[in-house]
Structure formats: structure tokens, C-alpha cells
Design a protein around this ligand. Structure first.
Ligand SMILES: [Zn+2]
Length: 532
């Protein structure tokens, strides 16, 4: 009898050893053994979609998520796992120090306190900004103060809520992995705008969606609020057979682009046991908070119509137009943006209003000379980047009529500033303000368009490619800026052209002296209605 007991005891020990071994190599086992949340170990039954994420060993992991989906715990657990078992140094970043302090207290500290294993491993240094785990450590930093980050070297990076961070700081933070052989990156956020922040990262990855199978018809599908919710019955249904579907059953992640190195996941509240179809419908019906519904409930980016120029605005102008594109002109203005091709936008000021004569592309800089002549261009503004040498040569061929354009950071209320540098005429342009003016002309129908201009390839797409968003600057203030949703060369070509018009100084005074912010908000708030 004693013998059996001893054997059983030995076996139990052996099992424990195996588990401990496994926990060193496998984050899921590690989490199940050592990671308590509110006194209980993580329960993956409530969050089946988390299992694969915990087991994912990709070098770069991106999660575009709704609110409260268990991902912050994942980041904390992954930090402990990597630091304890692989002895890696971690850098865990939040948008602001205040958020970080709260998080470090409430989440990180509680996990350590409640886990005997982690408590034992925690070294003497254990405060909100630095935690020793075993023989390595994790730095916790707020992104507001970039100086506190550039002194840190790390092996892995956790960026939590990147849409609330200054986007120009991201490459600076990523450089902190420069000295490491591992360079593991994790990006997590609720999305805001398309192609911005987490959504931009998500699109660079393999774009995984969580697929479940319908018990009735067997159709494999990922959950989409607009196809999987029966608004009348307030339940989840199958996309195909419309029978009720259990959204919490085991599913599988399927990437849209198999084989990409970056693994990117999309999590929505439809996958969560924490919110019902009824709650989501209620949130959807609150039209005043639609941005919130898309971002925080569905985990998808969203642009309110009206913060972007629409094709309808352009069509409203062309529908009143009485002329076609013109292939010559007198005293014209030209804006040139350099992309793969060279994009041109040409106008003629008539009674102080810009009449668009032509938009198109050319392949090389020499061709531009011809356009300077046939339109008798009086003022041309050309992108100084990325072909600075070619742009300079062009400017030297027409020293009185061409200026090189830059978008440096400038005082908020200055439209542009003329300079001469190295004997070349320059114009420094305030990016946000100039684009406000440029779009305002379209919203308010102050610019004329030829009635056949829609036929210019890519023109409409590129003119409407910029959206105006609010971003946090280094002092924590909200500032407006434009972010692109795709190629935007014609938008900048038109913007440079408008600066050329202003330099020529023949604007009607009302147009030139407009206060852009007031006018702009008016255009945005009323823009849609006017067009209907
Ligand atoms: Zn079905």
C-alpha cells in the first residue's frame, strides 16, 4: 500500500515537473499555471479566441481590438513569460504616464501579488516604472515623454493603445530594439481611423479573422455585425441560413494573407461572452456615438462622413460646369507632386477664382518644360521631395516662375512663407492649414472643374484620399492633421497649385482672407446635407 502511495506521489511530482518545463516554453501553459486575474487563473473557456494568440510565437504580433477583450492581460502575461523564461528585457509603453501608473498598479501589481510563483520571482526593484522578474526586467513607460524612452534598450516591445500615441514616435521607440537579437514587437489598440495606427499595422500583417461554423448549415464564417445580427429578434444568426448561431463556440483564426511574417488579429465584441447582441444593437442605435460603436464594439476603424471630401462634392461642381479640359492657357498656375509619376494640376484665375484647366501625369522632368510653355505658367510650385536634385534643376530653368515646396512644422496660423535658400526660391507650406483651404474651395464650390475631369485616371480617388483627424501633440494638446487613405498625389498637386495662385496674388480678397478653421468646420458640419 505504502509503495503505491509513494509511486503515486512520485508520479504527481513528475507531472508537475513536466508542467513546469512546459510552462517555460509555452505561454499558454504558463498563463494557466501562474497568471491569476481577480484571484482566479485565466479561464480560456470564456475567451476561446485567445488560445492561439497566447501560443503565437511570431516576431511581430498586431491586435486590432474592441474594448475589454482580454488583450491587456495577454500583454502582461507575455511580458512576464518572456522576461522570466527567456531572460529578455521588456519595454511596455502606454500613451501617457498617468494611464501607465493606473495600469501598473491595478493590473501588473495585482497579478504579482496574487501569484505565489511571480511574487517569489520579483526582485527588489518593483515599482510602477520598473519591475524585476527573475534575472531580467520590464520597463514601463508613458509615450508622452520620449526622453524617458530613448535611454532604454530592450529585447521586446509592448505598445498598448497605439492609436492614442504620437505616430511619429513609433519609429523612435522601435529603435530601442536595435541592440537585441530577438526584436519582438507587439502592437495593440482599439482602432480609430482607416489606415491609421493599429489599422495600418493590421493591414501590413496577415489579417486574421475568427471563423466559426454554423451547426445548422455548416457554413464557416467570421462574425460581422451587419450580417450576423438579427435586429428584430436581437440575436446572433448564421450569415447564410439565418438560423440562431452560438458565437462563443470554438472557432479558428484564418488569415486573409497566408504566409505574411506579421501576424495580425481582429477582435470584436461579437466574439466575447461579455456582451450580447442586444447590447450591441443598443450601442449601434445611438447614432451620436457611432464612432465609438465601430471602434470600441466592433474593433474596426471608422470615418464620419463629412470629415472627408466625397466624390459627390466633386460631381456637384462638375454638374454645373460649362467647359471641358483645356490643353493650353494664359498666365496659369501649376502644382506638381512627385510620386511614381509626376502629377500636375493646372488652373487659370478668372475673376479671382481658380478654373481648373488640366490634371494629369508626366513621366519625366523635361516634359514639364513643355507644360510651362503651352499654359504660359505664371507661377508653379513643385514638391521638393523626394527628387530634390531634379526639382532644383527644373526650378533653375525657370527661376522667376518656379518655387520648391516643403511642409515643415509651422505656426498654426501661417499659410505659407517664401524664402530663398542656396539661390533657389522656396515656399514653406503649413500642411494642415493649406489643406484646410484647399478642401474648403471644393466644399464651398469656389473652384471650377471641367465637366469631363472625372475621366482623369485616379484623380477623384487621390483628391479624396485625405481625412482630417485630431491627434495628440507632444504637449498633450489635440491638433488637427490630415492622414492619407491611399495615394494622394493629386491632392498635394492641387494644394501646391493653390499656393501658386496665392503667390500670384490675384485672389479675390474674400477667398484669401478667410479664417480657415471656422469656415472649415462649417463646411464639414454642413457639407453632407448640402450635397444631398
Ligand atoms: Zn447556417
Amino acid at each position: 500500500m505504502e509503495d503505491i502511495k509513494q509511486k503515486a506521489f512520485a508520479l504527481m511530482h513528475k507531472m508537475q515537473d513536466i508542467n513546469t518545463q512546459l510552462a517555460r516554453q509555452n505561454q499558454l501553459t504558463y498563463a494557466k499555471m501562474y497568471h491569476p486575474i481577480r484571484g482566479k487563473l485565466i479561464n480560456f473557456k470564456q475567451f476561446p479566441y485567445l488560445v492561439d494568440i497566447y501560443e503565437d510565437t511570431a516576431k511581430e504580433i498586431v491586435v486590432q481590438k474592441s474594448a475589454q477583450c482580454g488583450i491587456s492581460e495577454y500583454l502582461v502575461n507575455r511580458s512576464f513569460f518572456l522576461t522570466e523564461n527567456s531572460k529578455l528585457v521588456g519595454l511596455y509603453c502606454f500613451p501617457a504616464q498617468s494611464q501607465l501608473n493606473a495600469f501598473s498598479h491595478a493590473r501588473v501589481e495585482q497579478v504579482i501579488k496574487q501569484s505565489p510563483h511571480l511574487s517569489e520571482l520579483t526582485g527588489e526593484t518593483n515599482n510602477v516604472s520598473l519591475r524585476e522578474i527573475g534575472t531580467s526586467h520590464i520597463y514601463f513607460r508613458g509615450m508622452q515623454d520620449i526622453k524617458q524612452i530613448i535611454s532604454v534598450d530592450a529585447d521586446y516591445l509592448m505598445l498598448d493603445e497605439i492609436d492614442a500615441m504620437r505616430q511619429d514616435y513609433l519609429p523612435i521607440v522601435e529603435k530601442r530594439l536595435g541592440g537585441s537579437t530577438r526584436k519582438l514587437k507587439h502592437y495593440v489598440s482599439t482602432p480609430t481611423y482607416p489606415n491609421y495606427g493599429i489599422n495600418k499595422k493590421f493591414k501590413e500583417g496577415d489579417q486574421r479573422e475568427w471563423y466559426i461554423k454554423c451547426d445548422e448549415c455548416g457554413y464557416l464564417q467570421y462574425l460581422d455585425f451587419f450580417k450576423n445580427v438579427d435586429l428584430k429578434k436581437e440575436i446572433y444568426v448564421c450569415k447564410k441560413c439565418k438560423q440562431p448561431i452560438n458565437t462563443l463556440k470554438n472557432g479558428k483564426w484564418i488569415p486573409r494573407y497566408k504566409g505574411r511574417e506579421i501576424h495580425s488579429y481582429h477582435i470584436s465584441k461579437l466574439m466575447s461572452s461579455r456582451s450580447s447582441a442586444k447590447e450591441l444593437i443598443k450601442s449601434f442605435k445611438n447614432k451620436a456615438a457611432l464612432q465609438h460603436f465601430y471602434n470600441f464594439d466592433l474593433g474596426i476603424p471608422y470615418v464620419i462622413t463629412g470629415s472627408r471630401l466625397q466624390r459627390d462634392h466633386l460631381n456637384a461642381i462638375t454638374s454645373k460646369s460649362d467647359y471641358d479640359m483645356k490643353y493650353s492657357g494664359e498666365r496659369c498656375c501649376m502644382g506638381i507632386d512627385i510620386g511614381v509619376d509626376i502629377n500636375l494640376y493646372i488652373t487659370q484665375l478668372i475673376n479671382g477664382r481658380p478654373n481648373t484647366l488640366f490634371a494629369g501625369t508626366v513621366k519625366d522632368f523635361e516634359e514639364l518644360d513643355r507644360y510651362m510653355n503651352i499654359y504660359n505658367v505664371a507661377m508653379c510650385v513643385i514638391d521638393a521631395l523626394p527628387e530634390t536634385r531634379e526639382s532644383k534643376k527644373f526650378a533653375k530653368r525657370f527661376p522667376e516662375r518656379v518655387r520648391l515646396a516643403y511642409y515643415p512644422s509651422m505656426k498654426m496660423d501661417i499659410y505659407y512663407k517664401k524664402e530663398v535658400r542656396d539661390e533657389i526660391k522656396i515656399v514653406d507650406i503649413n500642411r494642415t492649414l493649406s489643406l484646410d483651404y484647399m478642401y474648403d474651395d471644393f466644399f464651398m464650390q469656389k473652384i471650377k472643374l471641367p465637366k469631363n475631369i472625372e475621366s482623369v485616371e485616379d484623380l477623384y480617388d487621390q483628391l479624396t484620399a485625405l481625412i482630417r483627424v485630431k491627434e495628440v501633440d507632444k504637449t498633450g494638446n489635440q491638433v488637427a492633421k490630415y492622414i492619407e487613405q491611399g495615394a494622394d498625389h493629386y491632392a498635394h498637386a492641387r494644394n501646391y497649385c493653390r499656393v501658386a495662385e496665392a503667390i500670384l496674388g490675384e485672389y479675390d480678397s474674400d477667398m484669401f482672407r478667410a479664417t480657415p478653421s471656422q469656415k472649415h468646420d462649417r463646411a464639414f458640419s454642413g457639407g453632407n446635407k448640402r450635397m444631398m
